[in-house]
Write a protein that binds this ligand. Structure first.
Ligand code: 3EB
Length: 305
């Protein structure tokens, strides 16, 4: 269906079979470089529209887009994400269940002095509001993360008939209700999304945030433990039950884990704590990139199949 190449380059193109291939500059010495390939059992149809690349197989849709570096991002983020939401509707895959947002120079200021992450968040919020109204019910699990380059890229996954069930975390304020101190618009995402039926639980990028506040500033070991505890709580039985869902999972059930580490020097500590908490099949990958608040040292995502 589509590939995300976590390497040195930034760009979006069709691969040899015509399927989307997004390249994001996120690798560095001592960390991982890899290709994430989303597959399906049938032969997907692929194409491009409005600069977006997509592929779909009758039940799932993969869409990717890029926005090159510019002084202010919000207006272009808005039009690009709106184009993606229109594509989702027109192709008949109205249920977005997972997004990744790769934001270059995420902590840097734009030409107006606004943090680029907040600039991005504002444009994305406008796209969600324009397409889905002011509600939060359509906001899926997501990752918002820095890269080692410039420009913004995204991937979204949507379904035709499966129903996404969005899950919040009782330990954390829903991101879409963050107070204004963090930026003019709150981030548009859910903490996790269960695709039903099918049962895969997609866990959003998760940071050392309790309520809406960063905890353990400057202490990467303690931040990593809070992140892992946040995910354990999120996927556990009581939290799922509060969201009206059955079942419950443990950290050992997480797969395809990605660990985003702010400072190169922190890799050994973060790796050790992840090894301790995760199961032998978690296949964690580690990338040295900035997280969306200057005081966040680590962010972790994954899924429960
Ligand atoms: C947080 O909890 C940490 O803007 O799409 C995590 C996952 C974060 C997704 C996004 C941001 C996003 O606020 C940052």
């Amino acid at each position: 269906m589509g590939t995300v190449a976590f390497g040195d380059r930034f760009g979006l193109a069709a691969d040899a079979d015509g399927h989307p291939e997004l390249s994001v500059p996120m690798t560095s010495p001592g960390f991982d470089a890899f290709r994430e390939v989303w597959t399906t059992t049938t032969r997907p149809v692929s194409g491009t529209r409005d600069g977006l690349h997509f592929a779909h197989d009758g039940e799932h849709l993969f869409v990717s887009g890029t926005i090159t570096a510019r002084p202010v991002y919000a207006p272009t983020v808005r039009t690009t994400y709106e184009a993606a939401f229109s594509l989702v509707t027109e192709l008949g895959y109205p249920h977005i269940f997972r997004m990744w947002n790769f934001v270059g120079d995420i902590l840097g200021p734009n030409a107006e002095g606004l943090e680029i992450y907040q600039d991005f968040v504002a444009g994305r919020a406008e796209a969600f509001a324009a397409h889905h109204g002011e509600g939060t019910a359509h906001m899926p699990a997501a990752t918002g993360i820095g890269t080692r380059g410039e420009g913004i890229a995204f991937v979204l996954l949507a379904a035709r008939t499966s129903t996404p069930r969005h899950v919040e975390n009782q330990r954390q304020t829903p991101a879409y209700h963050y107070p204004e101190q963090y930026g003019p618009k709150p981030p548009s995402f859910a903490r996790a999304t269960l695709l039903d039926p099918g049962g895969t639980l997609y866990v959003s990028g998760t940071a050392s945030i309790l309520g809406h506040e960063t905890v353990h500033r400057g202490d990467v070991a303690a931040q990593t433990d809070v992140v892992l505890d946040n995910i354990a709580e999120l996927i556990g039985g009581p939290n799922l039950s509060a969201a009206g869902l059955d079942g419950g999972h443990e950290l050992k059930d997480l797969r395809l884990v990605k660990v985003y580490v702010r400072h190169e020097r922190d890799l050994p500590v973060v790796r050790a704590r992840c090894r301790e908490a995760l199961g032998p099949d978690a296949e964690p990958t580690f990338l040295n990139v900035a997280v969306c608040r200057d005081d966040l040292l680590v962010e972790i995502e994954g899924l429960v199949p």
